[in-house]
Design a protein around this ligand. Structure first.
Ligand SMILES: Nc1ncnc2c1ncn2[C@@H]1O[C@H](COP(=O)(O)OP(=O)(O)O)[C@@H](O)[C@H]1O
Ligand SMILES: O=C(CO)[C@@H](O)[C@H](O)COP(=O)(O)O
Length: 465
């Protein structure tokens, strides 16, 4: 029996077809997404169709699930047409709306208690407030609001009435109007943000059926991409997953919901009925892309250069806020390079500072998870940035914990496929797919890297416009 999993992520769409019982990979395909923090969902549909074709089609699968980038606001009118391009998780125009909403509900603690997170520009609820305030005609046309994975699942199921929209608790928990602690929508918060209650998708349980493909295969509930990665990588208690994709994320599977009034840790839900405390940064793999482009080298050479410079890069510290930042909440900030001397003005030192700076921002996230009660026995590194040898070898020095790297793969799409297998096979738990051999990286922690970074990150300036 075959199942399919989809990862509709920020930069691309990936499809895997696997054997339901064993998880063995049978076929895969991918296609790219356009750049930008505002994207017409039609581009995702085009990329999904291309990736499905590249993966040999879905005619022979028994079930499929879609995972996707979290938080993006997809507004639909009464007829199911998209009202405006989706605002993505990394679009910071709703930072002011986030500040308003925090103040209106009575502060961070009130939000953490109500839904498990404190609004920042990434979360859907702030985008709805921005729409109501800045594009009233588009707000008026909005009959339903859903997330990227909900919309793609609905399209795969034939784009019926708006009542057919479905989601899952992991992605619902990133909206700001669904409560992780209670497992219910908060229509009052939707009204607070948007002035009224647009239709929102029904939230399915872990193996709920969201619809069917034209050939009859069941569509699972799907998931937010980070929750799907946790399922795909088979994280155990004491593991923290760090994903280095467009976003950088650090998260673990927990038995109880997080409620961090500072907003650093977002108290998301996972795909299985548990919880997924998570810290996200806006700047991860693309920091390395940018520095490689700046130096005129490819990723392999960037990695070689970084590893040729000493730990700490001679005091050169790169603060990676190239897209503004969400953790810490500095949406208008810019990146910075501190500690430049004649000796450190070389490609090798810059490459090392880029890798270390990007990892230091994630190490701050690990600290925040620990403060919320997470154990960090080991870090599992996934995402495109984990393909860099420099990242893999420098990560334990920065994190001060052992790092394991599963074989290169598409862990979000795999998690979606494993959910689809659970839907197809039934039972109390997803099938126990065995992962491949992991590579282990251990190194003595180098606290000086983070100490220097902590000093540097206090000295950034905001963008001019
Ligand atoms: N060897 C490598 N070293 C560093 N970065 C890499 C490498 N290979 C791919 N990447 C980067 O990883 C990112 C894509 O990772 P991915 O996890 O698929 O992101 P997303 O899920 O956000 O679309 C791109 O920015 C890409 O340039
Ligand atoms: O905003 C978050 C998590 O809260 C991001 O992790 C998005 O879910 C996008 O993920 P990638 O495309 O970078 O994997």
């Amino acid at each position: 029996m075959l199942v399919a999993g989809v990862d509709s992520s920020t930069q691309s769409c990936k499809v895997v077809v696997r054997e339901a019982e064993t998880g063995a990979l049978v076929r895969e395909g991918r296609a790219t997404h356009p750049d930008g923090t505002e994207v017409d969902p039609a581009a995702w549909w085009g990329a999904l169709s291309e990736a499905i074709s590249a993966a040999g089609g879905l005619a022979d699968v028994s079930a499929a699930s879609v995972a996707g980038q979290q938080h993006g606001m997809v507004c639909l009118d009464e007829g199911g047409e998209v009202v405006r391009p989706a605002l993505l998780w990394n679009d910071t125009r709703s930072a002011g709306a986030a500040a308003e909403l925090i103040q209106e509900l009575g502060g961070g603690q009130a939000w953490a208690d109500a839904v498990g997170l404190v609004p920042v520009a990434s979360f859907t609820i702030t985008k709805l407030r921005w729409l109501a305030s800045n594009e009233p005609a588009n707000a008026d046309r909005t009959a339903a609001v859903c997330l990227p994975h909900d919309w793609l699942t609905w399209k795969l199921a034939g784009a019926g009435s708006l009542d057919a929209l479905r989601t899952d608790r992991s992605d619902a928990s990133g909206t700001g109007y669904w409560s992780t602690p209670t497992g219910e929508y908060r229509p009052d918060l939707l009204r607070l943000a948007f002035g009224r209650e647009p239709l929102v998708p029904e939230v399915l349980g872990p193996t709920g059926i969201a619809g069917h493909l034209p050939e009859g295969a069941s569509l699972g509930p799907g998931a937010g991409d980070n929750a799907a990665a946790a399922l795909g990588a088979g994280a155990l208690p004491g593991d923290v997953l760090v994903s280095i994709g467009t976003s950088g994320t650090a998260f673990s599977v927990a038995e109880t919901p997080a409620a961090d009034p500072s907003g650093t840790v977002a108290g998301f839900a996972d795909t299985t009925g548990r919880f997924l405390p998570l810290v996200a940064t806006l700047n991860a793999a693309r920091v390395l892309d940018a520095v490689a482009a700046l130096l005129g080298v490819d990723h392999a050479e960037l990695s070689r250069l970084a590893l040729s410079a000493p730990p700490g890069a001679g005091g050169l510290s790169l603060v990676p806020y190239l897209e503004g930042e969400r953790t810490p909440n500095r949406p208008n900030s810019t990146g910075a390079l501190h500690g430049l001397t004649l000796a450190t003005s070389t490609p090798a030192y810059l490459a090392r500072a880029a890798v270390e700076g990007m990892l230091c921002a994630l190490a701050d996230g690990l600290d925040a998870l620990v403060a919320q009660g997470a154990e960090v026995n080991r870090v599992i590194l996934v995402g495109g940035g984990a393909r860099s040898e420099a990242v893999r070898r420098i990560a334990p020095e920065v994190f001060g914990a052992p790092v394991v790297v599963p074989p290169p793969g598409e862990y979000v799409a795999d998690g979606a496929a494993r959910q689809a297998a659970w839907v197809a096979l039934g039972g109390d738990a997803p099938p126990p797919w065995s992962g491949g051999l992991v590579e282990e990286y251990e190194a003595k922690g180098v606290p000086a890297i983070r100490e220097r970074y902590a000093e540097a990150r206090e000295h950034v300036i905001d963008r001019t416009a």
